[in-house]
Design a protein around this ligand. Sequence first.
Ligand code: F6R
Length: 646
Amino acid sequence: MVTIKKSPKVLKYQFKSFEKLPTRIWKNADEASVHVAQSIALAIRQKQQEGEPIVLGLATGSTPIKVYDELVRQHKEEGLSFQNVITFNLDEYYPMQPDAEQSYVHFMREYLFDHVDIKPENIHIPDGRISMDEIGKYCEDYEKKIDAYGGLDIQLLGIGRTGHIGFNEPGSWENALTRLVKLDALTRQDATKDFILEENVPYRAVTMGIASIMKAKKIYMMAWGSHKAPIVQKAIEGPVSETIPATFLQKHPNIITILDTEAAGELTRVKTPWLVGLCNWNKDLITKAVIWLSITAEKPLLKLTDEDYNEHGLSDLVVEYQSAYKLNIEIFNRLQHTITGWPGGKPNSDDSTRPERATPAKKRVIIFSPHPDDDVISMGGTFLRLVEHGHEVHVAYQTSGNIAVHDHDALRYLEFFREFGDHNSLEGENLLKKLTKIERFLQKKKPGQSDSNDVRLVKGLIRRGEARAGARFCGLPDKQIHFLDMPFYETGRARKKPLGQADIQIVEKLLQDIRPHQVYAAGDLADPHGTHRVCLDAITQSFQNLQKEKWMKDCWLWMYRGAWHEWGIHEIEMAVPLSPHELMKKRRAIFMHQSQKDSAPFPGSDAREFWQRAEDRNMETAKTYNDLGMAEYEAMEAFVRWKDLD
Ligand code: F6R
């Protein structure tokens, strides 16, 4: 069962809080964002009734986008007016032209200001064009202007992976006001998603200071996604320190931290709730606790003693099970039963304790791959096995993946095409004109500029060729390789459009055509641009829409994790072991994705190549299974079943 969406239940009494910031956890970022937007809308309306202005401190980045979406919706559908709203943005890159695509001016217009009735003179965003000589005075004036309006009524904040708020990076002082700052290396890496290459990201920014933020009357700090979980835990549970500037917020009298389940994943009450208070134990939570104990005590499951349980706050479990021995065996068996070399089910055998059904012996399978390489990176070994076992495997590449191809690779292909034509004296005036146009575009392209449609097509085709090579290597005939080119992805930028009906219909149609018994999808919710999440949403929404179809009763959805992180061991429901030979074959399938090798654009903050990440992760999973007392395998791919329709 998928447990990621539910936070473990902790009984209200005997609650020992580790949290120094008031925190509310929501099921997902959408619901949380609507809640924050509603609170802001309420405050705006209250001030309107009193005939007063309201001063909002605004943030940019991926975090507040859905809050702005909801405010725009309320403006359009519920008449929420912004006539009395005065805004001050937290920060801006420096130097930065306001009309540049990456500027926070552009961002705010795109997501909020162009869609509501705010007065232009009420908008304040630090100006990235001010000269070095004048910037000090400019910052002082920015601060004074906020004070002159009576200070910020509400401040919206995201949190960076360095623990920054605004661009107050580690080392920022508590009494710092608006000023010019240097950006941390990790922040620049994270910003690469908007600037395409890290070298295009400015080194500096103008930001409101910690003290400017602390003056706000009410603060909402938000965070979504598991990539934020470690820093969120430190900000909420750690000591106040300059090394994590967000911890200064612990001193604010009126702040609330709003998290989705994944961002809350490292909080003690979520990760190890038995250390916080009495738990409402269920099978999933017991499994999580016993596996945690085994890893913490560095002992295999079957060697855990009553004392180990007692010493680690888990004595209730020993009482309930009468002895550690019985419990150890139960969890050992549960974990043992997740292991199978038959991901499509083992024909003619008892499947009562196996992860997959024995029948039908030959299944129709769709592997959905958000980008044209996640199939082999994340489940290449299982892919190879499914084909080898004779299942009818289809692979569906959900997006074109075109933004992750270097310009020089696109040029190489264009030149190849031109020279091939020359060598064979091929005529084709239109084609030549087109090639010249695309080459010219690439030669003149400015750093950070979005690609033209033609260039995106070329880059998308490069990835298609690689994906086809990878899938063929895994044994698929061409008719079982599908390219969905979902439209939400096609912005030419790292930031994508929201999931639309057209996207869902494409996925739904493929499901209807194939009527699979097994579907594999990326359940990876931490990829840097959120593409995997949107791709998963398209699949789960299609499942909802198709739930009345008869064939759906036999259709199971398995989720794998992408290149970024693995499932928790306690969550895994199917673990497919790979031999050293299979691991090597998987590596070769990943090698087919040449444009993503060595230094792909947008690899995230991990410098390892995709095949290395995949191998390290698969070997780590096998090692943990072995440490827990299971047999020793070279590597393992892990899956969790999606059961929300049950
Ligand atoms: C943005 C800002 C930053 C971001 C933070 C998180 O105006 O000041 O502090 O809030 O970097 O960024 P995202 O939301 O993109 O994860």
